[in-house]
Design a protein around this ligand. Structure first.
Ligand SMILES: C[S@@+](CC[C@H](N)C(=O)[O-])C[C@H]1O[C@@H](n2cnc3c(N)ncnc32)[C@H](O)[C@@H]1O
Length: 198
């Protein structure tokens, strides 16, 4: 049984398509087996995209950590054509989908990469993410430490995590490790954690 966070999913490919509808845009996204939420855009992802702030003109380097097939990355790219969007995922099938979804949506400002292919000195102005909670606490904490460490001074990040998947203990851990964390909203159990750099 594979996971959505496998580097090279072995699930037989079964291409499909889902529609993401938000107040300001509608986009069709190609999906497949072996990636996260292939049958519909995840509710947490939709809550994040509806409730977290839209990128501002001064935010020029944006990241979708764990991009999957690109619902967040494509939305950021459409909302902020002036910005460079980094879409990062360990799953090669997800990266391929994200790349073609960005192209199909007319976005030329998305760079899709594996975590190991990021520039070491990348400093980011904002992160919007539905993070891979199921990878386990140790890997998750490492992921947060490395990404929060890339935030520019005064930059912020928005993470959607369901309360049943440990959002409150994650928020406590983030706070205990020196970052400012607040709960921006909670909808249907999905908390959006706003975390700023230090
Ligand atoms: C909960 S899914 C969200 C996918 C997509 N953003 C969405 O909203 O549909 C989390 C994603 O994180 C990816 N992932 C797992 N470990 C990762 C890591 N260390 N760095 C980046 N992405 C990772 C998984 O492969 C998965 O696609």
């Amino acid at each position: 049984m594979g996971h959505y966070f496998d580097a090279s999913p072995t699930a037989t490919s079964r291409p499909a398509s889902v529609r993401l509808t938000l107040d300001d845009l509608t986009v069709d996204l190609a999906t497949d087996r072996g990636v996260f939420s292939p049958d519909h855009v995840d509710t947490g992802t939709r809550v994040l995209l509806a409730a977290a702030p839209t990128p501002t003109a001064t935010q020029r380097v944006l990241v979708d950590v764990g991009c999957g097939y690109g619902a967040i990355a494509v939305t950021l790219a459409r909302r902020a054509p002036h910005a460079q969007v980094w879409a990062v995922d360990v799953n090669a099938r997800a990266r391929d989908l994200c790349e073609s979804n960005a192209a199909a949506a007319g976005c030329t400002n998305v760079r899709v990469v594996a975590p190991d292919d990021l520039p070491d000195d990348l400093v980011v102005d904002g992160i919007w993410s539905n993070p891979p909670i199921r990878v386990g606490k140790a890997v998750l904490h490492e992921l947060f430490t490395s990404w929060l460490g890339r935030l520019a001074p005064n930059a912020s990040s928005w993470w959607v995590v369901h309360k049943h998947l440990g959002s409150d203990s994650l928020a406590a851990w983030i706070g205990a490790n020196g970052w400012d964390v607040t709960r921006l909203t909670s909808q249907r159990g999905y908390r959006i954690l706003e975390v700023s750099g230090r």
